[in-house]
Design a protein around this ligand. Structure first.
Ligand code: SAM
Length: 351
């Protein structure tokens, strides 16, 4: 399987790659899919052990200057109740997480002009100063090379920026004309050049996605070699043009997680909140398919419902730090180890 996949990736045979992805998503028997997941788990365990790395997620703002057609916090959604956290709220969220054992804080938000380089650098600097044993991951969208460089200089370690789709035409069907795949790609390569641990990724079953666009995603990831890959199902949001689109089962996402794990053995791959939001067993299925990261929500509870990317997004219970002890137990019951260390990528030597 690994040989087949890597041959297709190195020869650039996208049509056969698309067929292979389709086979596992649509035609493979239950047993074949199970073997795929087992193989992916085995690869993950060989690289990282049976560990699940925990990250504390802080959703810093749902203001966004963009109008991505699928996203509930897009600028044009007048029904979104907007909020942003200030420096003190972000620092106290980190303090709460640090007390619970978290050693990575992920600051995610819409593209909010309030978060200038100056403000962000001050926040990053303070987090790194107060919690010097912790990593800071940012997920704040597209910025200039200079801006990313300043954020890295202030101490940020990692940056998540899903590429969304590596097919130019597909990208244009999901985003307004102001946004394009070329710039998204440039941002990812800029981040890598600067020295960030970089995360790319995409939604599974996004509108207009085909096995050919998925093959483009695989080729793109193979070329970029990101440290992290975020893959979750598309889920419709009522205030977007895709409101009526039926949510699919989690099966395809789970298969794609395994294929990506087999392709990028060292990647840090979350079992996403979105996966768990469409399937009550999503977390377990993701971890059983080769994922090795969980990101419980550390955002102050009063704001959580407002970071509403898609309908019925989970933000409480086991998706939140309030459920952390139960979640740890759940991980152990699966035969996995809950790991609260920084959890850097295998190739990064953090001293
Ligand atoms: N603004 C930052 C960015 O562009 O990377 C981070 C925030 S953005 C809301 C985070 C991710 O949410 C996106 O990369 C997208 O893949 C995901 N997302 C948005 N709408 C979604 C939906 N309807 N279903 C599933 N995932 C969605």
């Amino acid at each position: 399987m690994y040989n087949e996949l890597s041959k297709l990736l190195s020869t650039g045979d996208k049509n056969t790659l698309a067929e292979l992805i389709k086979h596992y998503c649509e035609n493979a028997s239950f047993e074949e899919r199970q073997n795929l997941a087992l193989h992916a788990e085995k690869i993950r365990n060989e690289v990282y052990g049976a560990r699940v790395f925990f990250r504390g997620l802080i959703e810093v703002s749902n203001y966004c200057k963009n109008d991505c057609y699928y996203c509930g916090i897009r600028k044009g959604n007048k029904n979104a109740i907007r909020y942003r956290l200030d420096e003190n709220q972000i620092l106290s969220s980190c303090a709460m997480g640090h007390k619970m054992g978290f050693r990575t804080f992920v600051l995610q938000g819409g593209e909010d002009a309030y978060f200038t380089d100056e403000r962000l650098c001050s926040i990053i600097y303070k987090i790194k100063n107060e919690f010097s044993d912790s990593a800071v991951t940012l997920s704040l969208g597209e910025r200039s090379f200079d801006s990313y460089k300043k954020l890295f200089g202030a101490g940020a370690d990692r940056y998540l920026l899903r590429h969304e789709t590596a097919n130019v035409k597909h990208y244009a069907r999901l985003h307004p004309p102001q946004l394009n795949f070329e710039n998204r790609k440039k941002c990812l390569y800029d981040l890598k050049e600067i020295g960030f641990q970089v995360g790319a990724g995409f939604m599974v079953n996004s509108p207009y996605q085909t096995y050919k666009t998925l093959a483009d995603d695989f080729m793109f990831l193979h070329n970029l070699q990101p440290h992290m890959v975020g893959i979750g199902p598309f889920i419709a949001h009522k205030d977007t043009r895709f409101a009526g689109v039926e949510n699919k089962s989690s099966d395809k996402t789970v298969v794609i997680l395994s294929l990506v794990r087999i392709m990028l053995s060292k990647a840090l791959i979350p079992a996403t909140t979105a996966l768990n939001s469409i399937d009550t067993k999503g977390r377990e299925k993701g971890l059983r398919a080769g994922a090795n990261v969980l990101m419980p929500n550390l955002t102050p509870t009063i704001y959580r419902d407002n970071y509403n990317l898609y309908d019925n997004k989970l933000s409480v219970g086991l998706e939140s730090v309030q459920g952390i002890e139960i979640l740890k137990k759940h991980i152990e019951e699966l035969g996995l180890i809950a790991d609260f260390s920084r959890g850097d990528h295998k190739d990064i030597n953090f001293i």
